[in-house]
Write a protein that binds this ligand. Structure first.
Ligand SMILES: Cc1cc2nc3c(=O)[nH]c(=O)nc-3n(C[C@H](O)[C@H](O)[C@H](O)COP(=O)(O)O)c2cc1C
Length: 199
């Protein structure tokens, strides 16, 4: 069975994190149906840093079936570390978003923009892992665009930085949510690391 760090899942059926979709009500239904792991919507580390109440509400997982992962995004290693420390007691796993293609996210260097900056991406993983007391996993895309398919190389570096699992969305940022999924890169990521790879 799938094991993410020390968290053993009861099955391999995972709810994909979806902003605007996987809220508390949605998660509860999926949990009732027996999912092995559910995820919150993505949560801004910077907004949490500034104690934004609306953002904090996205992480309300009280009275839900566990395990649950909170997905955070951001591009400042220190803030990601600070938030990892703060939320570790609330959840079972922390998931770092390196896949969001939305312009308002990438313009700040967050989400899929990190695929163009592997050094920073790894620093973020290192700081998050260092400060978290739960396993840390990373969600990424195949790359920024067709000319930057880097997921296999980055996955290896992210594993070395301490991540316990990787989820790969086999599309580039340029593809958003359409077009063909690159199954080759999913295979390459799987072959590149020894931690669990989820797709
Ligand atoms: C409406 C919507 C919102 C999404 N939001 C997130 C998100 O917040 N975090 C994330 O990691 N992925 C997000 N995703 C990506 C999905 O988790 C998933 O990786 C992607 O849809 C690929 O799976 P598919 O080929 O089955 O669609 C979102 C996808 C959709 C359709």
């Amino acid at each position: 069975m799938l094991k993410i760090g020390d968290v053993e899942l009861k099955n391999n059926v995972l709810l994909a994190p979806m902003a605007g979709v996987t809220d508390k009500a949605f998660r509860k239904i999926v949990q009732e149906q027996g999912a092995g792991l559910t995820f919150t919507e993505m949560v801004s580390s910077k907004a949490l840093h500034f104690n934004d109440k609306k953002t904090e509400k996205l992480m309300d997982i009280t009275e839900e079936k566990r395990p649950i992962a909170i997905q955070i995004f951001g591009s400042e290693p220190e803030i990601m570390g600070e938030i990892a420390k703060k939320i570790s007691s609330k959840c079972d796993i922390i998931d770092i978003n390196m896949g969001c293609p939305a312009p308002k996210v990438v313009k700040n260097g967050d989400g899929s923009k990190l695929l163009l900056n592997p050094k920073l991406a790894c620093k973020i993983v290192e700081e998050t892992v260092k400060n978290a007391t739960v396993p840390v996993m990373v969600k990424m895309r195949s790359g920024w665009d067709e000319n930057h398919i880097i997921a296999d190389k980055l996955a290896k570096e992210i594993e070395s930085a301490g991540a316990s699992a990787i989820t790969i969305h086999g599309r580039t940022r340029e593809q958003y949510y359409g077009g063909k999924v690159n199954l080759e890169i999913i295979r390459a990521v799987k072959n590149a690391v020894s931690i669990p790879v989820i797709r």
